[in-house]
Design a protein around this ligand. Structure first.
Ligand SMILES: CC(C)(COP(=O)(O)OP(=O)(O)OC[C@H]1O[C@@H](n2cnc3c(N)ncnc32)[C@H](O)[C@@H]1OP(=O)(O)O)[C@@H](O)C(=O)NCCC(=O)NCCS
Length: 162
């Protein structure tokens, strides 16, 4: 069984393990976080929780029965009813519909619990998994962008129309 949980102080060790175990896997499709991220993980975790408490972000983890993190789904830059969605799923949990299903649940939460009316997201054109997840959840292209030196798309979804 998987559980969708709001990021909390007690997640720090499991989240660091998730990021370390999947670092090379993630770096094949998105920017590597860099060594500083891992060296300063504890301080950053505290900062994220402070931002969340201030209502600037909403962070979520998908956690298995053993407490291992299988995915993280973040809503950042909350502003005037809008937020930016980002997500990553562990290599060992990939290809099972986890991202598709969890983005659907995050969109519901965003509208009901967080009072948001619109989400945006960005994906590189050579990241078909991410684009598929977003399109299946009703995100449509807004504009072409450059995402860390790669052509990409900014997509958006209105949360008020369904
Ligand atoms: C992109 C990512 C979140 C997808 O997670 P996931 O849980 O495997 O996604 P799903 O199982 O819901 O897959 C959605 C669809 O995309 C397809 N897909 C996933 N990865 C793919 C890939 N590399 N190439 C082509 N299609 C892919 C799946 O096959 C699935 O389609 P299907 O149901 O027809 O088989 C995950 O691969 C990941 O974390 N990648 C690294 C980080 C990243 O790219 N994050 C997104 C940044 S915008």
């Amino acid at each position: 069984m998987f559980d969708l949980q709001r990021l909390a102080a007690g997640h720090a060790a499991a989240l660091l393990r998730f990021e370390l175990e999947n670092r090379a896997y993630f770096a094949r499709s998105i920017s590597d976080r860099g060594d500083d991220y891992f060296a300063e993980f504890a301080e950053r975790h505290e900062l994220l929780l402070a931002e969340q408490a201030a209502g600037l972000c909403h962070f979520h983890l998908v956690v298995d029965d053993d407490g291992a993190v299988l995915g993280r789904f973040n809503l950042v830059d909350v502003d005037q009813g809008s937020a930016e969605l980002g997500f990553r799923v562990a290599e060992r949990a990939a290809g099972q519909g986890l991202a598709t299903d969890t983005v659907r649940r995050i969109c519901e939460l965003a509208g009901t619990d967080y009072g948001l009316t619109r989400l945006v997201a960005a994906a590189a054109l050579d990241n078909p998994g991410s684009l598929t997840v977003l399109r299946r959840n009703g995100f449509t292209p807004i504009e072409e962008i450059i995402l860390v030196n790669r052509p990409g798309l900014r997509l958006g979804r209105d949360l008020t129309s369904r």
